[in-house]
Design a protein around this ligand. Sequence first.
Ligand code: COA
Length: 249
Amino acid sequence: MTGAIAVTDDGAVRIIRMNRPEKKNALTLAMYAEMTRALREANQSDVIRCVVFAGAPGTFCAGNDIADFLGAALGGGLDPRPLEFMRELVRNERPLVAAVGGVAVGIGTTLLFHCDHVVAATDATFSTPFLKLGLIPELASTLLAPMRLGYARAFSLLAMGRPLSAAEAKDAGVVNSVVDATAVDAVALKAAHEIAALPPQALAVARRLMRNHRDEVAERIETEAGHFAKLLQSDEARAAFQAFFARKK
Ligand code: COA
């Protein structure tokens, strides 16, 4: 485990907490690997029946670490760890709950399309500025966002990079409930225990049926990843990554 991902079990509920607040929980390659491991282990466990993704106070996740994008753009190539996490999310059979406070950027938002129950704080904001970085949306969000939000809202979020507030995300069907920031984790954990107490066999069948587009999701992740890898090497992407780190200097 890296210190930046804290994995704890509360009875039948596993909590995967992103904990790199000094960088707004931007995900490093090691953090992806740790989340993949924690999720896979939950899937194989006879005890864990539900998994919660949580963040640090005021920060859910600022997306992929842009330093890693820059490293890949400058010749390092695309590391497989983010893609392995995405594949694990699709393979995963455990219901997923998210407790979102503060910023949810990039994969911090697209991850939510794979969750079964999302609790957001009133201060939560959801954004996917992929295009502004010269990239395209990932994690099958090009499929799931239009399906879940409708095309107009999906284009505004995914292509134009316009953020959604917590209330808008609830209205769009991405978020189940909006609560005070201090209550997000507790409300999400309560929902997770409620889910974990459901009859596991019936739950597994119902969930599988409700996600009957799993093959399409898996395929879309690979298609997006192919485009993403090429765009990462583009001049416009490289310039956007460098501009991010130069912005305050
Ligand atoms: N990758 C790398 N570092 C990141 C990061 C990311 N995705 N997001 C934030 N950070 C770092 C900042 O560089 C800063 O580091 P520093 O203190 O060493 O300068 C630190 O985290 C705090 O971020 P800061 O921008 O000062 O906080 P803020 O509250 O003003 O803004 C965000 C928060 C999330 C809105 C802003 O950091 C941001 O836009 N981040 C980039 C998000 C993004 O584009 N992610 C990729 C999606 S595809």
